[in-house]
Design a protein around this ligand. Structure first.
Ligand code: SAH
Length: 237
C-alpha cells in the first residue's frame, strides 16, 4: 500500500499531466491533508474542532493551479496567478479560529483569491460573502466553489475596502490582503459583538495581524502576530 501511495505521489510531483486513478489520487491528498492538520495546525496550537474538521475536509489542491497541486499541503503560501497567493494553511486556520464563528453567523471576506478561505468559512457558518478586486480571480473562484457544490458563498468583484453595505451587518469580517490602515467601512459593517481579523501594514513589509471586537459600540484591538500578506489595492471609483 505504501509503495502504491509513494508511486502516486511521485507521479503527481514529477508528471502532473500523467492521468492517475482518481481514487488513488484522492487517497494520497487526503493523507497529505491529515499530515498538514496534525503537523502544521494542531502542532501550533489551533484547537477549535470545527476549524480542524473544515481544514481536514476541504480539498486545498483543487484551489491551486495544476502545477502546484503536489505542493498544496505544504507549509507555505502558493501562487494562484495575477501576482496573488493562497495563504499558508496554518494562517488560514489561525484566522478562522480567531473569528470564533457560530453556525448562524454571516461572514464577510475581503480578498477571495482562490476561494479556499471562503470554502473553509462556508463549512462553519450559514452565509459567506466574499469580495475580490481582480475579476478573473473572482470568476475562477466562483467556478471552483460552484463545482464543489457550495451554495452559501456569494462572490462579488469589487473593491473590498468599501465592504458590502447591502448585506451588512456581519457577525465576522476576515481580510486576507493588507491595507495600511483598517478600512472604516468594514468596522462600521461589523455587528455589535462582531469580530474582525485583518493584517495591517505597508505593502511588501511585515504586517501586524490584528483582531478587533465590537462591544457596546466600542472597538477593542488585539495584536496577534506578525504576518506577510499581499497589499490591499484601491479600486477605481
Ligand atoms: N483568501 C484567498 C487568498 C487571498 S490573496 C484564498 O483563500 O485564496 C489576497 C487577495 O486579495 C488577492 O486575490 C487580491 O487580488 C485581493 N485584493 C487586493 N486588494 C483588494 C481589494 N481592495 N478588494 C478586494 N480584494 C482585494
Amino acid at each position: 500500500m505504501k509503495i502504491i501511495a509513494s508511486f502516486v505521489l511521485i507521479s503527481i510531483l514529477f508528471f502532473p499531466g500523467f492521468s492517475l486513478c482518481l481514487a488513488a489520487e484522492n487517497g494520497v491528498f487526503s493523507r497529505l491533508r491529515d499530515r498538514m492538520v496534525k503537523g502544521q495546525i494542531i502542532a501550533r496550537g489551533v484547537s477549535d474542532p470545527g476549524v480542524l474538521k473544515a481544514m481536514e475536509k476541504v480539498k486545498r489542491h483543487v484551489f491551486v493551479p495544476e502545477r502546484y497541486r503536489a505542493h498544496a499541503y505544504n507549509d507555505h503560501p502558493l501562487p494562484i496567478g495575477k501576482g496573488q497567493t493562497i495563504s499558508q494553511p496554518y494562517i488560514v486556520a489561525f484566522m478562522t479560529e480567531a473569528l470564533a464563528l457560530k453556525p448562524k453567523d454571516r461572514v464577510l471576506e475581503i480578498g477571495t483569491g482562490s476561494g479556499y478561505q471562503a470554502a473553509i468559512l462556508a463549512e462553519l457558518v450559514d452565509e459567506v460573502y466574499t469580495i475580490e478586486i481582480v475579476g478573473e480571480l473572482a470568476k475562477k473562484a466562483k467556478q471552483t466553489l460552484e463545482k464543489l457544490g457550495y451554495r452559501n458563498i456569494h462572490v462579488k468583484t469589487g473593491d473590498g475596502y468599501k465592504g458590502w453595505p447591502e448585506k451588512a451587518p456581519f457577525d465576522a469580517v476576515i481580510v486576507t490582503c493588507a491595507p495600511e490602515k483598517i478600512p472604516r467601512p468594514l468596522v462600521q459593517q461589523l455587528k455589535e459583538g462582531g469580530r474582525m481579523i485583518i493584517p495591517v501594514g505597508k505593502a511588501g513589509s511585515i504586517q501586524r495581524l490584528v483582531k478587533l471586537t465590537k462591544k457596546d459600540g466600542k472597538i477593542k484591538k488585539h495584536e496577534e502576530m506578525l504576518v506577510r500578506f499581499v497589499p490591499m489595492v484601491k479600486g477605481s471609483d
